[in-house]
Each structure stands twice: as structure tokens, then as C-alpha cells.
Design a protein around this ligand. Structure first.
Ligand code: DQA
Length: 140
């Protein structure tokens, strides 16, 4: 099982921005935990973060035939990126959408995801554990 953990815009600031919402662990620390979790289940995980919409689309396109699943936190792109939505729809690799915060308990604009309809599922509101639970959906 080969998994890609993909993080979008501003997720590189995790651990430094809005700690009350996203926690104080950095993305690197969360990724290290995810890597260990994957390996403990006999799987492999790669990690990629970009603040650029097109780079995330390219990463999704390139996942075809390489990865068995993508764990995607697209950040604010979630709410308006038809380009990322189309990239997900274009590949056969299943994508699980992730959010650390409970987007439904926040601003109105966060309640809508244009990605969910083309994702296998969505996990949100559990902080870094959202990523672990998403990974578990592929592994267990
Ligand atoms: C987020 C929620 C988004 O609304 C926000 O723009 C983010 C992070 C989350 O993980 O809770 O950047 O995807």
C-alpha cells in the first residue's frame, strides 16, 4: 500500500498559525507520526505540501498508477478550487478529504467543500488525528 499525504495552501504553517484551531505540532511532526503509522501497518507514505493550486493538481495527476490512495487537506482551496476537484475526478486513485478543524463550526464559507463529491470520504474535526483516521481508512 502506497499512500500520498497531500497538504495545500497555508498548511506549511501548521504549528505556528492559529494554534487554538490547528494545534501546536508542526506539519513535519505530524508527517513523521503518519510515516510511522503507515510503516507500522506495512505501508509506505510520501508527503507533499504546496501553496500553489496547479502544483497540487499536478501531484494528483501524477499519483495515477503510483499511489493506492491520497489523503488530502487542500486548506482553503477546499472551498473553491474546481481545478483540484477536476484533478481528483480525472484519476482513479481514491482521495480521502481531511480537515483538522470542524469546518462546520466555523465561518459560513468553510461549510462548503467543492471536493467532497469526488472524494471517497471526508474526515474532519479531530486535529492531527484526522490524518491518522484517514490513513486508517486505507490500512485497516
Ligand atoms: C482546514 C480548514 C480550511 O477551511 C482552512 O482554510 C485551512 C485548514 C483544516 O484543516 O481544518 O487552511 O483545511
Amino acid at each position: 500500500m502506497n499512500l500520498l499525504v497531500l497538504n495545500g495552501v497555508n498548511l506549511n504553517l501548521t504549528g505556528r498559525r492559529e494554534k487554538g484551531v490547528y494545534g501546536s505540532e508542526t506539519l513535519e511532526q505530524i508527517n513523521a507520526e503518519l510515516r510511522a503509522f503507515a510503516e507500522a501497518h506495512g505501508a509506505h507514505a510520501d508527503f507533499y505540501q504546496s501553496n500553489l493550486e496547479g502544483e497540487l493538481c499536478t501531484a494528483i495527476q501524477n499519483a495515477e498508477g503510483v499511489y493506492d490512495g491520497i489523503i488530502l487537506n487542500a486548506g482553503a482551496f477546499t472551498h473553491y478550487s474546481y481545478a483540484i476537484r477536476d484533478a481528483i475526478a480525472a484519476v482513479s486513485v481514491p482521495v480521502v478529504e481531511v480537515h483538522m478543524s470542524n469546518v462546520h463550526a466555523r465561518e459560513e464559507f468553510r461549510r462548503n467543500s467543492v471536493l467532497t463529491p469526488v472524494c471517497r470520504g471526508e474526515i474532519l474535526g479531530f486535529g492531527k488525528k484526522s490524518y491518522i483516521l484517514a490513513m486508517e481508512s486505507f490500512l485497516v
